[in-house]
Design a protein around this ligand. Sequence first.
Ligand code: HEM
Length: 401
Amino acid sequence: MATAFPDVADPGLYRGDSWRPHFERLRREDPVHYHPESPYGPYWSVSRYADIMAVELDHATFSSASELGGIQIADPPKGQELPNFIRMDPPRHTAQRKTVAPIQAPSNLANMEALIRQRTAAVLDGLPRGEVFDWVDRVSTELTAMMLATLFDFPQDERRKLTHWSDVAIANIAAADAVVKSEAERMAELRQMAEIMAALWKERAAQPPTFDLISMMAHGEATRAMPLNEFIGNFALLIVGGNDTTRNSMTGGLIAAQENPGEIAKVRADKSLLPSLVSETIRWQTPVIHMRRTATRDVELSGKAVKKGDKVVMWYVSGNRDEAVIDDAEAFRVGRPRARHHLSFGAGIHRCVGDRLAELQLKILWEEMLARDLRVEIVGHPVRLYSNFIRGIRALPVRIS
Ligand code: HEM
């Protein structure tokens, strides 16, 4: 008899970076698989690229709504749901998303480019030479915190508060090193965040609209009068969205570079490969491990009978390594055809609203590193996050020679 499939929602698999063979087997033997039991209840595991796309693109059948359980395999604790637009279906989703989407309008990105470059250069020039330091803290976290503070027009000297709230929002409270140890502690921290944001909101609402996220929401018709739980929810979404994902792509890119020096040499020789390097890094790292949906009707998915109310989990880490769509998917290859056609940003109506901004940040980081010929050597093991949602790297010891 075939052995049962392990529960791929076990956060330990991501802490230990040992998830690959399990998904390889799922894709091959049972790509839409029913796990009858797990600490999160029964769920469907969708592991192939094409099936993930089918779920993403049918948002009427596969709902993101907070009331049905939202977008993570773990249901939010009852009575403490924090609705936000990633956990909504149309039409509310459409209206709220539209309010903040201009953050990465081409004109806004062009305005921000010089600032991002200047900050990236300063951070790189300030790194110690010849001594061991943590790349995550000094580079990835620092650059994303600066960016996030700019997006919110939040005081720069308090930017690490944003990093902290992001860590709080995604923490798995069961992890030994979690920043919060209970849901009550998490809510208390997020309420504090909301108080600080509410003060800035009040100021921005009283002034003419500007191009920062707080002002956009304070003036937007769909967002200006949100109840407290939705206010907290949307701020947590924007903080986590802009922070953890880009941060981990910056660190993941360095690991990929160390393991594949030939690929970086290709880019050094031909700078037109930079966008491909960025997309490949985001595919390879896959900073968001999964998104969950809930079926709103009985439906057949790849020959399996999914019932109304079932949890359906799309494993981006797996879809991004599906050989049926991506050649030699396990390898880190700059210059792949259709490099941007990965699943790391999702697809359909919820596709990441910060994708171009994230790509710009990563492109500038690589450009500035290559311009300095910065040779960064990883000198120890990465410390990975205990989470089945964010593929995070919490520390990475490096040395610049
Ligand atoms: C490499 C960096 C990033 C990755 C991998 C990433 C990944 C994702 C994913 C997987 C989704 C859900 C897609 C779906 O359900 O189909 C998403 C949505 C979202 N992301 Fe990102 N993201 C990144 C950067 C950013 C940045 C920089 C921002 C903020 C400016 C941001 C803000 C958001 C928001 C607000 C949503 C919700 C969109 C919606 O529901 O309509 N993300 N992102």
